[in-house]
Design a protein around this ligand. Structure first.
Ligand SMILES: Cc1cc2nc3c(=O)[nH]c(=O)nc-3n(C[C@H](O)[C@H](O)[C@H](O)COP(=O)(O)O)c2cc1C
Length: 296
């Protein structure tokens, strides 16, 4: 059994954000061996167009264009309480990943998620939107001062109330990463129990032979999968060396075989997530890649 804050995971492996974009997808995850139910990202208003054409993958690398199309919190909210109850019964924490446009937006979304029964709210601090520049004031992941603001607000709103926060970052330069650790240290009352790295790397261009982007004729893509793993392993090790022991580090990026899980655990991760491999292989990946011995 793995303990992160007050939650328990039956194994170190779970399906990360992007695997459940709808309540139906969440129910599939509950029935899978994933140690947690992570839903979202959820935004305040409906966002993006989920026409099924969001992921380009060559079997190892993944690029998403829209990033996180979702129906918005008004649509998710009625299902969250049921999902929370079902997750409790399945012995899996419900983690609601929220993507806000500013501090208040993150905090309001979190309040609604906790009120509906989420055990954990994961802040998606990676580049929140690549197609709608007006929505993007900044990526919190680029900006330790903005994260410090967010954590001050989170401390005021959530300290001592039982809900836990995970902070999900995109890959960062070492000095920015150190700035994030300082922001977390300086706001120790915020109930942060884990740092998750990494969200995809933003604004990449995978090009077709004709020069167009693989996710749309003129679209940047967010990069995950195999190419992210060495970067994410480095982020995990840096965070583990600098964060206080009560804050766990969760590794995410390019996990598709058991060795990858072991690498993250060896670099100091307490648990490991995956999205691309699930998008390719569905829940069967647990059977043929990880085997029953993953249960701890
Ligand atoms: C199709 C797809 C959708 C995703 N949607 C989200 C999302 O809504 N919110 C989020 O925080 N991360 C999202 N991610 C990022 C993943 O959670 C993860 O950080 C990243 O893809 C690296 O892990 P992987 O290599 O196992 O995919 C998405 C990834 C993919 C491939």
């Amino acid at each position: 059994m793995i303990e992160i804050g007050n939650i328990r995971l039956q194994s170190p492996l779970f399906l990360a954000a992007g695997c459940a974009k709808h309540p139906d997808g969440a129910r599939k995850i509950l029935a899978s061996p994933s140690a947690a139910l992570v839903v979202g990202s959820v935004t305040a208003a409906p966002f993006g167009v989920d026409d099924g054409d969001i992921l380009w993958c060559d079997g190892a690398r993944s690029v998403t264009g829209y990033g996180f199309p979702n129906a918005g919190m008004d649509v998710w909210e009625p299902d969250l309480a049921d999902l929370a109850a079902a997750a409790r019964e399945a012995g899996k924490p419900l983690v609601v990943n929220v993507a806000g446009s500013d501090v208040d937006d993150y905090l309001r979304l979190s309040e609604r998620a906790f009120a509906a029964g989420a055990a954990v709210v994961e802040f998606n601090l990676g580049w929140p939107c690549l197609l709608s520049p007006r929505l993007v004031r900044h990526a919190f992941s680029d900006d330790p001062a903005a994260v410090a603001d967010l954590l001050r607000g989170a401390a005021a709103r959530f300290a001592g109330k039982g809900g836990e926060l995970w902070l999900k970052f995109s890959p960062m330069q070492p000095t920015v990463l150190e700035g994030m650790v300082s922001a977390i240290d300086a706001n120790g009352d915020a109930p942060v129990t884990a740092v998750v790295c990494c969200a995809p790397y933003p604004k990449t261009l995978f090009l077709e032979p004709d020069g167009g982007s693989v996710v749309g004729s003129d679209s940047f893509g967010q990069m995950g999968g195999e190419v992210l793993r060495p970067i994410a392993l480095g982020q995990v090790r840096q965070f583990r060396a600098m964060l206080p022991a009560h804050i766990a580090v969760i590794g995410l990026g390019g996990v598709s075989i058991r060795d990858h899980v072991d690498q993250y655990l060896a670099m100091g991760a307490s648990a490991v997530g995956l999205t691309t491999a699930y998008q390719i292989g569905g829940a069967e990946i647990f059977d043929y890649l990880f085997g029953p011995e993953m249960a701890v």
